[in-house]
Design a protein around this ligand. Structure first.
Ligand code: HEC
Length: 218
């Protein structure tokens, strides 16, 4: 009797442990526990714009916000200009309030790549368009962009005898994103990139940015 109870209890415990593990991985969380939850909560607290949250996406959106807003400074480059990044500027000794009108909307001009180029490198709009997907890209495309640096929008091809405008001269590869730190970001885990993508798909749409149609939000 005692033995049977013990066996049943241990089988039950195993099932609970197994289900717990399964529930965790099915949501793409491989960092259970305190540190993970702290990042999710912090991420949700520091997002500077209203988020499209559901019960299903809020953990990943929270983690994504933490990675975007506390770790990777995506908005430092993907806002229109350092001059308008904040509506209340920490560099003026004021409390930091991020300008939501330009948040991750792209359009920051990084100038040309060396004296032989006239093509300006301009950051892209990372907000979701009317498809609801960040930059209008699927997760598979976003993953490919960050892992390989491929410019799927082909905004600045390599210069050649036939392509002479809006192109990048050698040694720059026009097919690759320039200035964008994909050689560093490509080291992130699949889960982290999924979280970033979920977050970027949960923020409000902004108009504008290189390669975007005149109206992209609706
Ligand atoms: C140092 C500046 C910088 C930082 C930091 C940065 N980016 Fe970028 N990013 C750029 C620039 C510039 C481009 C466009 C490059 C080009 O045209 O060659 C770009 C392009 C992209 C693209 C391609 C968009 C498209 O529609 O194809 C994605 C996606 C992207 N960035 C995501 C991110 C994310 C996510 C982060 C933060 C985790 C980030 N970037 C941080 C500068 C930056």
């Amino acid at each position: 009797m005692k033995l049977t109870n013990g066996l049943m209890a241990s089988a039950g415990l195993t099932a609970v442990l197994f289900l717990g593990l399964f529930a965790n991985t099915s949501r793409g969380q491989t960092q259970p526990g305190g540190a993970y939850n702290e990042k999710v909560q912090l991420g949700l607290a520091i997002a500077p714009v209203p988020l499209k949250l559901t019960a299903a996406n809020q953990n990943m959106v929270g983690l994504g916000s933490y990675l975007v807003n506390a770790v990777s400074d995506c908005n430092g480059c993907h806002t229109a200009s350092p001059m308008t990044e904040y509506t209340s500027s920490p560099y003026f000794g004021q409390p930091a309030i991020i300008n939501s009108a330009t948040y991750l909307g792209g359009g920051q001009d990084f100038g040309t790549l060396g004296p032989n180029s006239t093509t300006h490198i301009v950051s892209r709009n990372l907000t979701p368009d009317k498809t609801g997907m960040s930059g209008g890209h699927t997760f598979a495309e976003f993953f490919q962009i960050i892992r390989t640096g491929a410019d799927l929008d082909h905004i600045h091809p390599s210069c050649s005898s036939t392509v002479t405008t809006n192109c990048l001269p050698p040694p720059f590869q026009g097919a690759l994103l320039q200035i964008m730190p994909w050689p560093v970001l490509q080291n992130m885990t699949v889960d982290d990139l999924t979280a970033i993508y979920e977050y970027l798909s949960a923020i409000p749409c902004l108009e504008g940015g290189p390669g975007e149609p005149p109206v992209r939000c609706h």
